[in-house]
Design a binder for this molecule. Sequence first.
Ligand code: COA
Length: 259
Amino acid sequence: MALVPKEAQVLVDALHDGVLTLTLNRPDKLNALDQSMIDALHAAMDYYASNPDVRVLVLTGAGNKAFAAGADIAQLRDRRAADALRAINAGLFDRVAAFPCPTIAAVRGFALGGGCELALACDLRICGMSAKFGQPETGLGILAAAGATWRLAALIGLGRARELLYTGRLVDAAEAHTIGLVNQVVSDDELSAAVAEMAGLIARNDSLATRLTKQALRLVQGPEDHYRQFVSAAQAVCFESPEKVRRMDAFLERKKRRA
Ligand code: COA
């Protein structure tokens, strides 16, 4: 049974053979993460983290254009230093990373900015050929403060992470696979089946052993708290800069002009 109604920002599918699927549901805005979606994801985490029947969590995006095209720029534009210090997105993504059982991001279309960081917070990423990953934050006058500076480097190496974070260029599915950003690439039509197959392989194993394996892997990763505090403080500085407002206004104005 669904936890939330159909029109909600996050859809929850019935638990199926130990696999729980959460769908970011704002397709008209390319599933951009706004505060109500963040709140809905927190609610789902609260509700399911203690459920021993959940063996795999799958995160995906509604529609075929995006997993998530980032944090909602209209909301981001007005965020200030105090908001950066609250680490709104990073706090959620840390909870996803800490979710007790393995998590899979099923990506079609854009996974940009916070959308890419959400996928990075998952244990595994499986994508369709339409997938495009990227961290365009510096182009908007901010930094990727919700995990990319540490999770992307851990996944694809510091050299490649530097390039993607400095340039903001997009990476297609084939390149994402080559550099180890995703575990598997399939056609968009096969994405659900591929995710179900991977989830099934995980779910048939012993739940306790799998959960402990996840925790063991987490202990060898992840920066210290003081590093994260630096990233939030750096974002707080960016959130007060006029250039951030100018660049985000330019994005929003372009959209308004086109409407
Ligand atoms: N925040 C808020 N709204 C967003 C968004 C975001 N991050 N990404 C997309 N949208 C909205 C668009 O404003 C548009 O809304 P509208 O129809 O009301 O104007 C809708 O989603 C569809 O996006 P659109 O830009 O028309 O699609 P496109 O195919 O032309 O371009 C992208 C797709 C992903 C290239 C483009 O939407 C984009 O650059 N988005 C921002 C990506 C980004 O910088 N993310 C990081 C934020 S930190």
